[in-house]
Each structure stands twice: as structure tokens, then as C-alpha cells.
Write a protein that binds this ligand. Structure first.
Ligand SMILES: [Fe+2]
Ligand SMILES: [Fe+2]
Length: 291
């Protein structure tokens, strides 16, 4: 198998237009929603950006939160929804805005990418809340799911030639994308990890990005709890977004759950709330797209 010769860290360092996090995304990521000053900081950072503010208000006023039309300012959104919820909505909006208008390989379906990212983020946030352990916070988990395939976006936009070679190999041999990437020696998990480091994202997010295919790519070390939760959320999202039946016994989900039995009741909870999660993602996508 011919591997793609590509020094990703070297090449990334040479890309002049490598996306730096937008100022608002950078500031949002640095805010810890549990801090005493979080509400004031969030209000200040979001309110300064009219585009992000408007979209956060649209989501805050959506049917899902039940405040239809009553939230007119970011400070009111923070008061009614709480800083954690507003923080994760704003990061989602700012992340999508950062890459709007990006040129990607024609083989890459950008719409599908966003839908999958939001599905994974919302499912992961939901599972983390059910999990209720101190190492994983619901809002941070939402961000982990949202950003987990960042490497795909970078491959499809900044390495489009290599991305097309992988895609052709995948099609010709009937492989999954991760199998094709592995054959070619260029993994989106590694590309994403490099960008996370450039962006100085928190360790939990780096782990989510680099380890979420832990059940398909063997490494010397066990995945972290963040990698496992993101990997399982990724598979659950794939099943839900295709309107498929979420079955815990089907591959590859059953393989991902092997050794991580603590995650099984979380997936069962998603099964129970399946319909409302689907509606929530559809609504968020519609609101953030501005439709
Ligand atoms: Fe992935
Ligand atoms: Fe994914």
C-alpha cells in the first residue's frame, strides 16, 4: 500500500492561511463557565460580536428552551439559560462562523460535516450530564463532540489533494474513511490533534479529537475517558443522523462499548430521548444556518 508522504506538523506550520482561532472563539474557549466572573465575561465577549450575539439569541429563543421570543439580550439569556448553556451555544456558533465560506474539496460534504458535528456535540453533552462525574462536564463535552472531526475539515480544506486520494481509495475498496486514512498513513485524528495544539485547546478537547477512533486504531495507551465518550457519541450520532435504528448490539458500537460498560446506560438514555435530540439538532441547524 502506497502511503501518502506528508509531514503534517511541518506542512501545517508552513500554511500561511492556517485558520487561527477567531478572537471570539479564542476568548470563549478561555472562559470557564463555572468561574465567578463567567457570566460577566460571557456577556462582554458575546455582546461585542453582533453576528454571534444574534445567532445565540435565535437559539436561546428556540422552542427547545421554551422562552420563545422573550430573550432579547445576552445577559438575559445567561440569566435564564445559565452561563454553561450560553457558553456552549456561543462556542458552536463561533466555530461554525470561523469556517463559513471555507473552500473544501468537492469530495467533502460540508453540510453533512456540520450536521454530524452538532449531532455528536449535543449527544455528548447529553450523555455527560447523565454521567454526572467530575472529570467530564456537560458543556465541555458538548464542545468535544462539536470539534471532534476538526481534522476532517482541515484535511478537506488545506490538504485537498491528499484528501481526494484517500476518498478515491475508500471508494475503490469499499472502506470506511478511517480505514482508508489508515492505509494511506494520514489520519484526521492526527491532523486535528496538531491544530488543537496550535490553538492551545484544553487537554480534554485534544484527547477527544485524537482518540475518538480508539476502537479502530490501536495505540499503546488506553484512551482517556474523554476519548471514549467522544468515540461513542460519534457512533451514536452516525446512527441517529442517518435516521437509522440505534442498536447497542450492532457493530461498530458494540465493539466501542467493549470494556466500557459504564457507557451502556448512557447510550440507552439517548435511545429514550432519540426523537427530541433529533428535533433539537434540526432546529439548531436551521437557526444557525439563518434559515
Ligand atoms: Fe472522526
Ligand atoms: Fe465523527
Amino acid at each position: 500500500m502506497e502511503k501518502i508522504e506528508c509531514d503534517i506538523p511541518g506542512k501545517i506550520a508552513l500554511i500561511e492561511d492556517l485558520p487561527a482561532p477567531s478572537p471570539i472563539l479564542e476568548r470563549l474557549i478561555s472562559i470557564l463557565p463555572d468561574d465567578d466572573n463567567a457570566s460577566a465575561d460571557l456577556d462582554e465577549v458575546i455582546s461585542i460580536d453582533p453576528g454571534v450575539s444574534a445567532q445565540v439569541l435565535r437559539v436561546a429563543n428556540s422552542a427547545y428552551f421554551g422562552f420563545s421570543g422573550r430573550i432579547s439580550t445576552i445577559s438575559k439569556a445567561i440569566l435564564l439559560l445559565g452561563p454553561r448553556e450560553v457558553w456552549s451555544i456561543a462556542v458552536g456558533v463561533a466555530f461554525k462562523q470561523q469556517f463559513s465560506g471555507i473552500f473544501t474539496s468537492p469530495a467533502f460534504d460540508l453540510e453533512k460535516f456540520w450536521r454530524h458535528s452538532f449531532f455528536t456535540g449535543i449527544i455528548e453533552g447529553f450523555m455527560a450530564k447523565e454521567m454526572n462525574v467530575s472529570e467530564v462536564k456537560g458543556d465541555e463535552a458538548m464542545i468535544m463532540g462539536l470539534l471532534h472531526d476538526l481534522g476532517h475539515l482541515i484535511l478537506a480544506s488545506h490538504f485537498s489533494e491528499e484528501y481526494e486520494q484517500i476518498e478515491t481509495h475508500r471508494r475503490e475498496h469499499g472502506l470506511t474513511l478511517i480505514e482508508a486514512e489508515r492505509d494511506k498513513g494520514l489520519l484526521h485524528t492526527e491532523v486535528g490533534e496538531v491544530l488543537c495544539k496550535c490553538w492551545k485547546l484544553p487537554k480534554a478537547i485534544q484527547a477527544a479529537v485524537s482518540e475518538h477512533h480508539y476502537h479502530e486504531i490501536s495505540t499503546d495507551e488506553d484512551p482517556s475517558i474523554h476519548g471514549v465518550l467522544t468515540g461513542i457519541s460519534n457512533l451514536v450520532a452516525k446512527s441517529l443522523e442517518d435516521d437509522g435504528e440505534l442498536s447497542l448490539d450492532s457493530e461498530p458500537l458494540s465493539q466501542a462499548l467493549m470494556g466500557y460498560e459504564w457507557a451502556r446506560p448512557l447510550v440507552e438514555k439517548v435511545q429514550e430521548g432519540e426523537e427530541s435530540i433529533r428535533q433539537h439538532v434540526d432546529e439548531i441547524m436551521r437557526l444557525i444556518h439563518g434559515g
